[in-house]
Design a protein around this ligand. Structure first.
Ligand code: 2P0
Length: 333
């Protein structure tokens, strides 16, 4: 099934022409505590395993979407106030998603995106961007889709966007259907106001292997990739229990172990994928040293060299003094 076919299936019976002149939407970025690494369908971004994240509240993406003037040659796309040419990577990805909902081949959109995720802070903005875009399209066309359907639409842009439709903790169900209609983010009811996430930016260099290519390589060549879905299932059970009981030690230890297992998959991929830099390992060891000295702090890492810290409000002064460069976020504030 193609992404356009999946979108058509989802939008069957819904209006396909704009209902209002323009629509605006916001979605938060998210950080995974149990990671997404591998697809069962690359075109539809269907994962081999579920994942679980926490949304980052005020850090995310604002999107304004409207119809362009008739006769426009291409979609008008701007990011943080700067117009982008149609050949830029950002505009191409945005237009590819807009193709899924385009009323007719000559219809052009005007899309303004603004990130409150600081570009240099080490949090990804593609998840919040596609989630906000799906919400803005829902408002522009007057679909009134439920959150599950918006999550499916956002997933067609970027897998992790399936988790950015809601605040707080979100579990992305892997689903079993070939059309992916059962693969969407489901928010957990629990809130955890004292939880903190800190981002330590160690390098802003371009990553050596994009996550799309990296996942493809790991699924096809990592000799123990087959163990990943089972490991995620166990980690998800532990995370659900940690969240229900506000058990920071269990949440931190599980997130840390899950991320290291993902990086182990990457290392055992052929050819190998190594995102860590010397500074990454230095920060990992500094987190372990802090814990040995009684500071309750854990880490997670994504497809890059930066390290994210997980801790509670009470540990914030100690964490800030040991990691002075960290950008600290309160996801439930
Ligand atoms: C995650 N990552 O769960 C994992 C951890 C990176 C490492 O989701 O190809 O940008 O668009 O579905 O969502 C990054 O992957 O990939 C990601 P696509 P996406 O946060």
């Amino acid at each position: 099934m193609t992404p356009r076919e999946a979108a058509d299936l989802l939008l069957a019976g819904r209006p396909r022409v704009p209902a209002v002149a323009a629509a605006e939407a916001y979605a938060p970025a998210n950080i995974a505590l149990a990671k997404y690494w591998g697809k069962r369908d690359e075109a539809l971004n269907l994962p081999t395993a579920p994942s679980l994240s926490v949304s980052l509240g005020p850090l995310g993406s604002h999107v304004r979407l409207s119809a362009a003037e008739p006769g426009a040659a291409h979609d008008g796309v701007s990011l943080n106030g700067a117009p982008l040419g149609p050949e830029t990577a950002f505009a191409r990805r945005a237009s590819a998603w807009l193709d899924l909902v385009r009323p007719d081949p000559d219809f052009r959109f005007e899309l303004q995106a603004r990130n409150t995720v600081p570009t240099a802070a080490g949090f990804a903005s593609s998840a919040s961007g596609f989630a906000a875009l799906a919400k803005a399209a829902d408002a522009l066309f007057g679909w009134n889709l439920p959150m599950e359907s918006l999550s499916v639409l956002a997933r067609l842009g970027s897998g992790s966007a399936a988790r950015s439709l809601a605040d707080g903790f979100v579990e992305w169900r892997a689903g079993e259907r070939a059309d992916g209609m059962d693969s969407f983010g489901v928010p957990l009811p629990e809130r955890w106001p004292s939880l903190r996430v800190g981002a330590c930016v160690l390098s802003s260099r371009e990553k050596p292997v994009g996550s799309r290519e990296g996942m493809r390589r790991s699924v096809s060549s990592c000799p123990f990739y087959g163990g990943w879905p089972g490991l995620v299932a166990r980690d998800l059970a532990a995370l659900r229990s940690a969240i229900a009981n506000r058990d920071m030690a269990l949440l931190g230890a599980t997130a840390e172990a899950n991320c290291l297992a993902m990086h182990a998959l990457m290392l055992a991929t052929r050819p190998p994928i190594l995102y860590a830099l010397p500074e990454t390992l230095g920060t990992v060891r500094a987190v372990w040293a802090a814990r040995e000295e009684g500071v309750p702090v854990w880490f997670t890492m994504d497809a890059g060299p930066n390290v994210k810290l997980l801790f509670e409000e009470a540990a914030e002064p100690a964490v800030r003094s040991r990691f002075p460069g960290a950008t600290v976020v309160a996801p439930f504030a």
